[in-house]
Design a protein around this ligand. Structure first.
Ligand SMILES: N[C@@H](CCC(=O)N[C@@H](CS)C(=O)NCC(=O)O)C(=O)O
Length: 215
């Protein structure tokens, strides 16, 4: 398998964690989003949407991080990333999608570029935008985790899964952009538990081969 990834891409981070949890070996090819590699014809031939991640398995190019993670879960079922019961699966997917659908899409590079170049937001306004939407995602995740009787050591029970592999990049990204983390004690407890596992720690942006030494 080959993963097209970028060190600070939170969506790529989700897939890296899933690959590690499954123990699936995978080559990484860097798509440098700041250099515009996502717009090169050679990459667009693999994924016509200029974003990472893309996972190539044999002759198939899989796109969208949560679709990729569910593909991995179906093709390598152990350990499962989703609960066995439909209610549990809906809860886990719901927590995951707060990050992947409601929060992270508002802060990706193309949105930041539009805000600064087209709408001419200042750096301070951009930072406020990012903190607002990352914080809103974290607040919603915290509310579900703090109130949910199914919350355990991890987001759902005592095994890491789909919700955790979305929570961890959400926390790491929020910290990168200077969000306060003290309003989210349950999320942070689960985050620390996840980061004690190699599968999560090894997927961290700073552990990636393309992490720049001067970052
Ligand atoms: N919903 C997509 C998000 C894909 C996405 O926006 N990825 C970002 C990096 S995290 C990207 O490649 N952005 C390029 C850009 O915005 O120009 C997924 O979960 O895979």
């Amino acid at each position: 398998m080959k993963l097209f990834s970028y060190w600070r891409s939170l969506a790529s981070f989700r897939v890296r964690i899933a690959l590690n949890l499954k123990g699936v070996p995978c080559d990484i090819e860097t798509i440098d989003l700041l250099e515009g590699d996502q717009f090169r014809d050679s990459y667009l031939a693999v994924n016509p949407q200029p974003v990472v991640p893309t996972l190539v398995d044999g002759g198939t190019a899989l796109f969208q991080s949560l679709a990729i993670v569910e593909y991995l879960d179906e093709t390598c079922p152990e350990p499962p990333l989703l609960p066995a019961d439909p209610t549990g699966r809906a809860r886990v997917r719901g927590i995951a999608q707060i990050a992947s659908s409601d929060s992270h899409p508002l802060i990706v590079p193309r949105i930041r570029k539009y805000l600064t170049e087209d709408l001419e937001l200042s750096d301070e306004q951009l930072a406020a935008w990012i903190r607002n939407w990352m914080g809103a995602g974290l607040a919603a995740m915290e509310a579900h985790l703090a109130a949910g009787s199914d919350t355990g050591t991890f987001c759902h029970g005592d095994r890491p899964g789909l919700a955790d592999l979305c929570l961890v990049p959400q926390v790491v990204g929020s910290r990168m952009f200077g969000c306060r983390m003290d309003p989210y004690p349950t999320a942070m407890r689960v985050f620390e538990t996840c980061m004690a596992l190699d599968a999560f720690a090894d997927a961290h942006p700073t552990k990636q081969p393309d992490f720049p030494s001067d970052a």
